[in-house]
Design a protein around this ligand. Sequence first.
Ligand code: SF4
Ligand code: SF4
Length: 441
Amino acid sequence: MKFNGGYNVMLEGEPSTGVAPYQKPEALHLPLYSDRLDFSLLEVEDGASVVKGQVLARDPVNFSVPLLAPMAGTINLKFAERHITIEHLSASSDSETAEVGDVGDERQTLLRLGVWSSLARLDTNRVPDPERTPEALIVSVFRFEPFLPSPAAILKDGAGDFVSGLDRLHKLFEDAAVYLVVPESDSELKGQLAQAASSNSWLNLFEVPQTYPFDHPAFAAQMLKLSPKRAWSLDVQGVIAANQALENNRPYTKRMVSVGGPQINQPCHHHLPIGYPLAMIIDRQSGAECRIVSGGVLTGGAVAPSQLGLDIECQGLTVLEELTGREILAFVQPGFTKQAYSKTFASVFKPLFKEKRTTALGGESRPCVFCGFCEQACPVGIIPHLIYRYLDKDRPEDAYRFKFDKCIDCGLCSYVCVSKINHLKLFRAERSRAVTELIEG
Ligand code: SF4
Ligand code: SF4
């Protein structure tokens, strides 16, 4: 299979696969929102006592998926806006865990135990309808975007739970094919997965070069010629959580997050309950003003200063120095400490160079100079600068004529652009408009 485009951003501060020891917080602050979810329907009152796994709120737009209490404690709804705070925390014993119902209807079990919201439709990136069934499930077992959690940290105890979860999901989805996106290079984990695939005809490995964004499930769907309307994706943690929910009735309230970037003292992984205070995770170098990015640096977004705890979809946090001023005469400096797709800087002579990047994009927004870098880096073979121009002129029909629907939202076109044009922002706005039209129409 031929792969075009792609690029690896070499950023300083890669998290080690070690998992930091857990420190019990004074309180959990659960945001009532995340990238895709909005828990606007509260199910608890201020001052109420809750047990682990109890429903705190629901998202009425997304099939009433719940926000669950990760620990027992007392509810405080006044502590912070758009958060549910749980104080006086105690680790619940099994007898105190919320009644979660029998495991009879497995889809309802996944919904009730907070696992269903980890699934995503590939055409809209929304939570799929529990009444529907995908033709294929795509799970990316490796992530090349800095810095999402490492599968080596998540699967450090072996792939047993993971493979068992895949088997359950395959049966639950009426024999849907399951595709695992794995790198071409060999590893012990890949060997285990290849062995599982050799004895299960429904399980397939899709090998990709170790370059971003070839690990992206939407990219895999295009390469495998699967309809994005009928393919869903799930991450490795979601598969393990599905297995634990269906086998042990265990709610999905804790997740592995990576914390890295040039401003972090000891980049590593943490296994934490949702709502865990961000201030306790971010052990950053002192002095500089910082921006915390949730998700990968190419596709994630800045965490608002008002957000106090880990949200339900957070996978990783990357801390970058906030560049508040302009770099004076940056273009005459040789650039031993800078990296760029265009190989402009002297850092190309430094093997394995990793940049201590700030939030600066490297220049102000300028007109497109038709350098063609965005087209060259785009993994799905479309012309980002042309599509950008059509969308900017409010001509979406022309953008779709040039195959905008193939865009997988990887953000590489914005990253490599010498004029620092923010393609991704405009592309996301158009996608969100199209999804709203689809739902309302
Ligand atoms: S156009 Fe889409 S797929 Fe292509 S590089 Fe840009 S974000 Fe990625
Ligand atoms: S990378 Fe930027 S400047 Fe170059 S062609 Fe694309 S949009 Fe234009």
